[in-house]
Design a protein around this ligand. Structure first.
Ligand SMILES: C[S@@+](CC[C@H](N)C(=O)[O-])C[C@H]1O[C@@H](n2cnc3c(N)ncnc32)[C@H](O)[C@@H]1O
Length: 371
């Protein structure tokens, strides 16, 4: 196959570019476009030879895009308009403007790209933006497939359920598949995280969790098709543990809602852009002292009336945040990926939280382009 010319929209820190490299498909990113200056610094640091445009997508005229003669569009448009926890303003949200602009331009391009891959959050599948997208694709003669996939499907112990749409110009496609929520993802990916309640007793409920949540965690930890967290950790001697320990104040206030994993777990929750700043729902923390049993600590905490005593118990677990390198590992970024030294840790978490799982996207791209 000839070298494909790829346009990477909303390029961030280059998750799509890494996925493309991981497929081994012969391809050049002819332009990466993003307005986030921190993400752009990181992108440039890792892909110094790729043309990186620090511009708003909706400000790029048709002629300029035509000049790029691209065969592929890879894109992860801003997800805030569609997140289930947000206002779901969808196409009325100003952050969807650039995406609608792309849809408007697509039919007017002098040469339609042969392949398109889009990533977004769960919630996008029922949005009006998705409706506009599939209508535009159909009008332009694309066939498409939509799937919801989490990295656990490719053996990575991290949940990050995302919507993906893969489109092919019809002349290239053999069959048309449309979205069915229960549809099997492409062959190399197993179905998304499933929840069954037939497994052993979850044992003692010592945190603010429902039985269903505990059961799900027990199930996940028993799924041998998923690797253990320890495979994704930095060597202990590389981690300045003091820098990553969960602060005392956070421990006292939020211990019961922290999602705690150990190195032998086969699960962790999705890392979001607020990791390290906010506690609830932003990502798991790691128990780094394995000599102490979590259950016994929480039993004692329950019995302590003084904050000081509670704290002494909780400190035994040595709970720490995953380092940005470890989050990157769990998101499938290769060893060669790095941050420029000046990027602060919180910014690193933020851009990683906005990015995607490279291994998942590589599998989908392979399916889209090579099959
Ligand atoms: C979900 S993130 C994409 C992350 C990327 N795939 C990665 O691997 O890091 C969305 C990105 O779109 C960028 N963005 C949002 N609106 C934009 C616009 N109008 N023009 C260009 N970039 C935009 C944001 O700065 C952000 O980096």
């Amino acid at each position: 196959m000839e070298t494909l010319r790829v346009l990477e929209l909303y390029s961030g820190i280059g998750g799509m570019h890494y996925a493309l490299k991981q497929t081994g498909i012969s391809a050049d990113v002819v332009a990466a476009i993003d307005i986030n200056t921190t993400a752009n610094q990181i992108y440039k640091h890792n892909f110094p030879d790729t043309p990186l445009w620090n511009r708003t997508i909706e400000g790029i005229p048709l002629d300029e895009l035509n000049g790029l003669c691209f065969d592929v569009i890879l894109m992860s448009p801003p997800c805030q308009p569609f997140t289930r926890l947000g206002l779901q303003r969808d196409i009325t949200d100003p952050r969807t403007k650039s995406f609608l602009y792309i849809l408007d331009l697509l039919p007017r391009l002098s040469q339609l790209p042969r392949f398109i891959l889009l990533e977004n959050v769960k919630g996008f599948e029922s949005s009006s933006a998705r409706q506009c997208l599939v209508e535009t694709l159909t009008k332009c003669g694309y066939t498409y497939q939509e799937v919801m996939v989490s990295p656990t499907s490719v053996g990575i112990p991290n949940s990050r359920l995302r919507y993906f749409l893969m489109a092919k110009l019809s002349t290239l496609a053999h069959s048309k598949k449309s979205f069915q929520p229960s549809e099997e993802p492409p062959s190399r990916l197993s179905p998304v995280d499933s929840l069954t309640e037939e497994n052993p007793s979850p044992g003692f409920l010592y945190k603010l969790e429902t039985t269903t949540e505990v059961l799900r965690k027990v199930n996940q930890n028993m799924d041998l098709s998923v690797r253990q967290i320890q495979d994704f950790l930095e060597p202990e001697e590389n981690v300045d543990i003091e820098q990553y320990l969960v602060p005392h104040k956070t421990l006292l206030r939020y211990a019961l809602i922290l999602d705690i994993v150990t190195p032998v777990c086969r699960r962790s929750v999705c890392f979001t852009k607020g990791y390290g700043r906010y506690v609830e729902g932003t990502g798991s923390v790691l128990q780094s002292c394995m000599e102490t049993e979590m259950e016994s600590v929480f039993k004692h905490v329950d019995q302590c009336s003084k904050d000081d005593d509670k704290l002494q118990q909780l400190l035994k677990l040595k709970l720490r945040y995953f380092t940005p390198r470890e989050v990157a590992n769990l998101m499938g970024f290769p060893k060669s990926f790095s941050f420029p030294a000046q990027i602060p840790i919180k910014q690193r978490y933020k851009v990683l939280g906005n990015s995607l799982n490279v291994v998942v996207v590589a599998s989908l791209l392979q399916e889209l382009i090579s099959s």
